[in-house]
Design a binder for this molecule. Structure first.
Ligand SMILES: [Zn+2]
Length: 642
């Protein structure tokens, strides 16, 4: 995922404190590998394959599903299968007669009802679905569940026709971290990996795509079949339905988008094939056959989601100059770190995201050059420092204690940017050649496995620290993982280009350099750095001179607009406000709009605007966005709700 930051940083103190206990000092020691965010009894049963038959009703906003879970039975005496669900209506649970009665069953095709019940729901985890099963000596069996989703499904966003570019209704899923259980009853833990097959029924005029094989050449009329032959964790099961077009960007890569965006998207992401080639050279073969990108509606709450074979990407990275496509490098890098080698629990998320940020920089360096990668890393470090300033010390560690807390809390900059700094440190200490060879072997060794921080440490000890002794100690590694803040021996990124921007900014602030005398050949990263490091409040006159010269209010680059609006709000610069309102209403990406709402709420007149705009924008926002922005705009209403 490119970012979530739903609750920690944007909502600030409100959600950091309210309703959610802090990291549990009184909960005793953590048991590594135990998933505290799943009810599934994975030591007794493990799902190996999921077969799905899904009917998507865009008008009623519901999915009616039948799911067949193929189970490996680890405990022959077990008499209950426990699954994860959240806000699902369970209609029936059945088992093949041969699974219930053994050899005495007359037919393979007869399904027998099984007793089941839903446990009392937990606001974060949902309800355990408990199914009674007869003890069984067979090592495999299947369970079939008929169910319906509810309008409250946290992973589903239903868009009405007027909320999309093409005026056709749209559905998409965001399953990470524990949203899959709100649209499929299953063992919703990243340590269970499944292959899947799905048949999806839709209205005839739309197309369904999944995180599986999507053959761009096939024509469909309301029925789509998908196969995901590689075993993936549940949070990577993804579905989108809408009026989609496809355009190839290379033999193995392409873009799906609504018609209005398809050409711009294909142009913006034209380097996807080169990124894939660069990635394979660095990290070993790409094992997922195709790499396609699905451009989401503007309401998509995050930058991108690494659904295998089909990354979901926010349209806010389409800037017209490829300046923000490192999000594609990030999601593609997850094909190794995350999708191939996966965090076993959400505490271990840094194994997904820190590695991915490191890989992302390497891909950007290979395709766009080192100066750009360094600029992006410096911007990332700034963002990390801003997060660290708001986080409690225990939440500044790489492997954070999430017990009794919403696993969404883990998505601060810490697992991403601090994780990248840790890997940069190892690469600097051991030399890039040795570290790259280590990474290459690491991806091979743990391919299609879900691992804990402790398993990574053992592998690191044996294959890097132990092999080249005397360079980095185990204690130093543990300090990176378990101590707050940025370690004193971190190797911090530097960018000479951005240092020059500091000089330019100082000259402009002192009045010795006029707008248009600088910046005409600047990249987006230079502008972001220029704007993000301004003193607290500029005068309206200063903003006017910048806006006249560079037209930031109407920038095509959503990140630059974001940085500009922050300055505009601080200075109450009215000429930008009409466009600001439009921006807040049309974009759902929390990273971009959350800080603007937070800043607006600091003054009574700004709060009035924030509340009015939020009320209008709310029907078009994703549930995660509603939750995050709702907590900023109406903090009292959020308390006590889930
Ligand atoms: Zn990510």
């Amino acid at each position: 995922m490119a970012e979530l930051r739903v609750r920690i940083c944007l909502a600030g103190l409100v959600l950091c404190g309210a309703g959610l206990p802090a990291a549990g000092s009184d909960l005793g020691p953590i048991e590594p590998g135990l998933d505290y965010h799943s009810y599934a009894n994975v030591d007794q049963f493990r799902t190996t394959h999921i077969g799905m038959e899904l009917r998507v009703d865009l008008e009623l906003k519901s999915i009616t599903g039948t799911v067949d879970l193929e189970l490996k039975r680890l405990d022959p005496r077990a008499t209950q299968l426990v699954l994860d669900t959240k806000n699902l209506t369970i209609l029936d649970v059945t088992q093949k007669a041969t699974d219930v009665l053994g050899a005495t069953a007359k037919s393979e095709t007869i399904w027998v009802s099984r007793p089941f019940h839903l446990e009392k729901p937990d606001p974060i985890l949902g309800s355990a679905l408990v199914i009674d099963l007869p003890p069984n000596r067979k090592s495999t069996e299947s369970v079939r569940i008929d169910y319906e989703t509810q309008r409250t499904a946290t992973a589903l966003q239903w868009l009405s026709p007027k909320q999309t570019a093409g005026h056709t209704a749209f559905l998409y899923t965001v399953s990470e971290p524990i949203g899959a259980r709100s649209w499929i009853p299953l063992q919703d833990t990243p340590q269970v990996r499944v292959t899947y097959k799905a048949r999806v029924h839709t209205d005839p005029g739309v197309q369904a795509v999944m995180s599986a094989d999507n053959d761009p050449k096939l024509q469909h009329r309301g029925e789509f079949t998908f196969v995901m032959p590689q075993a993936i964790p549940s949070y990577l099961i993804a579905l989108a339905v809408g009026d989609l077009k496809f355009k190839a960007t290379g033999p193995r890569t392409g873009v799906y988008a609504e018609k209005a965006l398809i050409n711009a998207a294909a142009k913006e992401f034209a380097d996807t094939e080169s990124m894939l080639a660069a990635s394979e050279k660095l990290f070993g073969p790409y094992r997922w056959t195709r790499y396609d990108v699905l451009v989401m509606p503007p309401s998509f709450p995050i930058g991108g989601m690494e659904n295998p074979r089909l990354s979901f990407i926010t349209p806010t990275v389409i800037a017209g100059d490829k300046s923000l496509v490192s999000v594609i490098a990030h999601e593609m890098a997850h094909s190794w770190s995350g999708n191939l080698v996966t965090n076993a629990t959400w505490r271990d998320l840094w194994l997904n995201e820190g590695f991915t940020d490191y890989l992302q920089s390497r891909i950007v360096t290979a395709v766009y050059g080192e100066p750009r990668a360094s600029m992006e890393e410096v911007l990332g470090l700034q963002s990390l420092r801003a997060d660290l300033a708001k986080l409690k010390p225990q939440d500044q560690t790489l492997a954070i204690d999430l017990r009794d807390r919403d696993p969404g809390l883990v998505f601060s900059d810490v697992p991403y940017e601090k994780g990248r700094l840790f890997l940069n440190y190892l690469a600097a200490k051991f030399g890039r050649e040795r570290f790259d060879a280590f990474l290459h072997d690491y991806f091979d060794h743990f391919a299609f496995k879900s691992i804990t921080t402790e398993q990574f440490n053992d592998y690191l000890m044996e294959n890097l620290l132990g092999r080249f002794p005397g360079i980095v100690s185990r204690e130093q590694v543990l300090a990176w993982e378990n101590a707050p803040g940025i370690p004193a021996d971190a190797v911090l990124p530097v960018s000479t280009i951005l240092s020059q921007v500091d000089e330019t900014r100082s000259k402009w602030l002192s009045g010795t350099l006029q707008p248009k005398k600088f910046g005409l050949d600047w990249t987006a990263q230079q502008w972001l750095y220029f704007l993000d490091n301004m003193p607290a409040a500029l005068s309206a006159k200063q903003l006017e001179s910048l806006d006249q010269a560079y037209d930031f209010t109407r920038s095509r680059n959503a990140e630059i607009e974001h940085s500009w609006f922050k300055l505009a709000i601080a200075a109450n610069f009215q000429p930008s406000y009409a466009r600001l309102e439009d921006y807040l209403k049309t974009i759902g990406r929390i990273k971009l709009i959350g800080p603007l709402y937070t800043d607006l709420m600091k003054t009574p007149s700004g709060a009035e605007i924030a509340k009015r705009v939020y009320a209008k924008a709310l029907p078009g926002y994703h549930p995660d966005t509603v939750k995050a922005i709702g907590a900023i705009v109406t903090p009292a209403a959020e308390e006590g709700s889930e």
